[in-house]
Design a protein around this ligand. Structure first.
Ligand code: PXP
Length: 253
């Protein structure tokens, strides 16, 4: 498991945030997706929020038509989003909680506590051949609940880890992520992670042997302002690969 290459999904939402600040077509998130593909991304992630604050319906349509990389479609568990996902049939659908007043996705989905029929909802996506991923906090209860829902993939929210002060708080959060990832593997669930990852924070997450994919957006788009998108992605890729190789080396030594 640890020797497989860790995939990088590039989230292009915030290219659309900048575009929407002026209302015209520039900068185009689909162009960013094309550049990300050329720079070595393994997938593109885009979140069609209910309020359409960044990615638009037209962006999803063009991503499906013009980009060869697998699209990870982030969506709230609503009937509207289900209809859109079933129409486009992206490679994967990552179900996230969504509140209009939040600036970004603040917590994972409460799979264990929800009273909606998440199993039925996920089942409709799975039946259409869409890989379902549930965005959850690093909590064993949530992993077990994702298993009951029949999700083949979970994405672990790394936001708390990224925001924790260096030292015991961050170490404890990393340990929670490692334990959750281990539990996912035990249950046959593929483990992804994302939120808040940067050059400085990605290494320890990439080193977790159960981790198969990282989805990274805001930091890469921000870095692109200073050094270009291509160089930001290439550097992130190298940091991920180096951390994974070092961890594999340490385990086999
Ligand atoms: N994964 C999920 C499910 C997300 O909601 C987000 C944020 O849109 C990300 C990954 C990427 O987070 P960031 O933009 O902080 O890198």
């Amino acid at each position: 498991m640890g020797s497989r290459r860790l995939r990088l999904g590039v989230n292009i939402d915030h290219v659309a945030t900048i575009r929407n600040a002026r209302g015209g077509p520039h900068p185009d998130p689909v162009r960013a997706a094309r550049m990300a593909a050329a720079a070595g991304a393994d997938g593109i992630t885009a979140h069609l929020r209910e309020d359409r604050r960044h990615i638009s319906d037209g962006d999803i349509q063009r991503l499906m038509e013009q980009i060869d990389l697998p699209l990870n479609f982030e969506m709230a568990a609503t009937e509207e989003m289900l209809e859109i996902a079933l129409r486009h049939k992206p490679h994967a659908a990552c179900i996230v909680p969504e509140r209009r007043e939040e600036r970004t996705t603040e917590n994972g989905l409460d799979v264990a506590g929800t009273n909606m029929d998440l199993k039925g909802y996920a089942g409709r996506l799975l039946d259409a051949g869409i890989r379902v991923s549930l965005f959850i906090d690093p909590d064993i209860r949530q992993i077990d609940a994702a298993h009951e829902v029949g999700a083949p993939v979970v994405e672990i929210h790394t936001g708390t880890y990224c925001e924790a002060a260096a030292g015991s708080a961050r170490d404890a959060e990393l340990e929670r992520i490692e334990m959750a990832a281990g539990r996912a593997t035990e249950l046959g669930i593929e483990c992804h992670a994302g939120h808040g990852l940067s050059f400085g924070m990605v290494g320890p997450i990439a080193a977790i042997p159960d981790m198969m994919e990282l989805n990274i957006g805001h930091f890469l788009i921000g870095e692109a302002i200073f050094g270009g998108l291509e160089s930001a992605i290439i550097r992130m890729r190298a940091l991920m690969d180096n951390a994974r190789a070092a961890a594999n080396g340490a385990r086999s030594a």
